[in-house]
Design a protein around this ligand. Structure first.
Ligand code: CO
Length: 198
């Protein structure tokens, strides 16, 4: 995920397709790759493979100038997301790995912000999200955790949570923004085939 909001949020560096990233063979899949619309399995075994995968997802996310990434975006249909609201490898304190996440409560208050997604080059649009969400997940060791996310982390979580539920940000984009982007989306479908369409 990427953010382009103004206001109190700093505009993020433009996301890039990093191609092959040092330290991993994972690559960011682009819309309409069918893996983006495939169901994602719960993680049952918290072994070293999961830790390696989470670390490699973070490598890809940082290389792409992203602030969030979901496993299906790198072709792994499992319920894993990583994010860092600061978008910087040097800011480890804000790095999050969430496995098998769920939303247990949410604000009625909604806000709107311009989002991007690493699987949708050059596509941006306004999306409504809950201002805060109370979430449960397992950390990379398998330890159950509950916390309230607010503001940008809440937005990133909801974007990535959608990925794990086969929902893409274009499904939630404001109609006028979706319209502006439709030609480019059609071009991607033409280029890559229609396999990922809803
Ligand atoms: Co995304």
């Amino acid at each position: 995920m990427a953010i382009f909001g103004g206001g109190f949020l700093k505009v993020q560096k433009e996301e890039v397709d990093p191609g092959k990233v040092q330290g991993t063979d994972l690559r960011v899949l682009k819309y309409p790759n069918p893996k983006l619309r495939t169901g994602n399995e719960e993680v049952l075994v918290f072994d070293d493979k999961i830790k390696v995968l989470a670390n490699e997802m973070l490598l890809v996310m940082y290389a792409a100038n992203g602030i969030g990434l979901a496993a299906p975006q790198v072709g792994i249909n499992k319920k894993i997301m990583v994010f860092n609201e600061k978008g910087s490898q040097s800011k480890k304190e804000t790095e999050m790995v969430l496995i098998n996440p769920s939303i247990v409560d949410r604000s009625s208050e909604i806000d709107m912000l311009e989002e991007g997604c690493l699987s949708f080059p050059q596509i941006h649009g306004q999306v409504r999200r809950h201002v805060w969400v109370k979430v449960q997940y397992s950390d990379v060791q398998g330890k159950a955790t509950e916390c309230v996310l607010e503001g940008l982390p809440a937005r990133i979580f909801q974007h990535e949570f959608d990925h794990l539920d086969k929902v893409l940000f274009i499904d939630r984009m404001e109609a006028k923004d979706r319209e502006v982007n439709q030609k480019r989306l059609d071009k991607y479908v033409k280029k890559f085939g229609a396999g990922g369409l809803p």
